[in-house]
Design a binder for this molecule. Sequence first.
Ligand code: NAP
Length: 285
Amino acid sequence: MDISSSTKLYGIFGHPIGHSFSPPMHNAAFQKLGLNCVYLAFDILPQNLSAAVNSIRQLNIQGINVTIPHKQDIINCLDEISDEAKYTGAVNTVKNNDGKLFGHNTDVGGFLKDLEVELGIREFSEISACLIGAGGAARAVLSGLCISGTKKITIINRTKIKALELANYFLKRFSSIEINSADLKDHSEIKKCLENSNLLINSSSAGMIGHDPLNIPLESLPKNSCVYDLVYNPKETELIKQAKSLGHRSASGLGMLLYQGAESFEYWTNKKPPIDIMKKALGNN
Ligand code: NAP
């Protein structure tokens, strides 16, 4: 990569940021398309977020991805946000248009794209989904499911009040969808939810390296259902192993990571992202 005075700068804001897979993925894409651009990771403490966002304008940074813990707080620092970002209440991609900063959420499209590619789900009117988790990732998944007209969604969380609040938030915006909430700790309730579902999505941190695995009665999920785990580290979680052994179609969150990155890349550059190259760069992590 040749850095020159006309090299364009992109990057990611987060804290901590050392774990991010995005720099190799975007730099591989820039290199493949011969774009004079570079993507760096910036470790931004919460108290420095507003100054860091101003630096996007001052330094003419072209685009930024945003990750934990800044996805919600950055909204107040931007000029305009997309509908996906509004529903989700979070921004993961910022585009600098001559000093005007636009916020978007490509986790929503990344999730939907991976459901289509890996699990063949395009039509949502017969989908009854159980969604585990009620944090930032759950909001992106819910936006995608609601925008796509999913028939029924049950949000299941360890802290039930958060699931209830999230259900009420999305019901106000998508009143035609049946949205319920349940307590992850109530096994008999979870068993019933799973029995009446054909898609299980884990958007909680359970199963991630350093966290306990997800503890649910997966055998209650009807045969030929689909299981999607947003966790991508490890690449195959206990949930995915169990889903495979029960014969369900399943996929991990690595594809969502890929497609959210691809959508950000296209949003910034207006160029078709080189998916295979980006996928290979992710696989090397
Ligand atoms: P977050 O906002 O901190 O929310 C974490 C959620 O996980 C909360 O609902 C929390 O429940 C629940 N949780 C944490 N530990 C748990 C456990 N041991 N058992 C059951 N539930 C537990 O985090 P996030 O941003 O939503 O991220 C969640 C996961 O999604 C992470 O693993 C992240 O890497 C992954 N993710 C993947 C992608 C992708 O592209 N594939 C994108 C975004 C996020 P409480 O409310 O009870 O605390």
